[in-house]
Design a binder for this molecule. Structure first.
Ligand code: NDP
Length: 239
């Protein structure tokens, strides 16, 4: 049984990961901003016999993320895994100049990840064990129009996670999960009409979020001397 922290677990991939890992017998600590949704997710997990704590969390706030991790260590004596999953994707063309949305993607997708690493790394180092899982994207491997800033944040997430893997003690495992198009609420953050329309067609091939949860579960289940560096999971229909 591992103590697994998951950011952005109020919907989509984070929610599916929490549900799957709890079903597999892990204790999950789920964080996000929408507390009502966290409570719903937790109620479902408990009804299925799983074990879960909830924590209101804004990953852009460094103190929030520290409290998320430190609180779990206080309650359970340790944290085994942190899944840095929280993300937003308000796609738009650069000439739309939606600068506030660019800033938000950088804050959540990059600074949020860094806050997760900063909060968990000292605990993992002290314990001589731990596992970082970053939910990046196929957007960490290629750029398409309207996705330049989003892809930039995911390239950054990929680079930060790869650097962490190279620097970390071998007792600490580091995994990047790069999903293709997956059913979730992610496209709900798009405000630009053109990008929204494009996404409607693009997202028709989406696979269930549990497919990504399965990849995360696989990485966690390997023995401590095996580090799954990256898994790319995309719909068979997405080329
Ligand atoms: P959702 O929109 O369903 O989930 C995003 C989660 O992030 C929500 O739980 C949301 O919770 C949380 N979140 C957003 N902002 C913050 C914040 N400031 N602090 C804390 N939590 C926050 O989308 P997905 O499940 O798809 O997204 C999860 C991850 O997967 C993201 O990193 C995304 O980039 C990545 N991804 C998704 C793909 C897809 O096709 N769905 C493809 C590739 C990657 P709340 O609003 O309650 O805070």
């Amino acid at each position: 049984m591992k103590i697994v922290l998951i950011t952005g677990a109020s919907s989509g991939i984070g929610q599916a990961t929490a549900s799957r890992l709890a079903r597999e017998g892990h204790h999950v600590v789920i964080g996000a901003r929408r507390e009502d949704r966290l409570t719903e997710v937790a109620d479902k997990i408990r009804a299925d016999g799983g074990s879960v704590d909830t924590c209101r969390l804004d990953v852009t706030d460094r103190a929030d993320v520290a409290a998320f991790v430190d609180g779990a260590v206080e309650r359970h004596g340790r944290v085994d895994v942190i899944v840095n999953n929280a993300g937003v994707m308000p796609l738009s063309r650069l000439d739309s100049l939606l600068v506030d949305e660019w800033d938000r993607m950088i804050d959540v997708n990059v600074r949020g990840l860094l806050h997760g690493i900063a909060a968990a790394l000292p605990h993992f180092q002290r314990a001589g064990a731990g596992h970082f899982v970053t939910v990046a994207s196929i957007g960490a491997h290629g750029v398409v129009p309207t996705a330049s800033v989003y892809c930039a944040t995911k390239y950054a997430a990929w680079a930060i996670t790869e650097g962490l893997r190279q620097e970390a003690d071998p007792s600490i495992r580091v995994t990047t999960i790069s999903p293709g198009v997956v059913e979730s609420e992610l496209a709900g953050t798009i405000t630009e009409a053109g990008a929204k329309e494009m996404m409607r067609t693009y997202r028709a091939a989406a696979i269930p979020a549990d497919a990504v949860a399965g990849a995360i579960s696989y990485a966690l289940a390997q023995s401590s001397d095996v580090d799954v560096n990256e898994i790319v999971v995309r719909p068979a229909r997405q080329r």
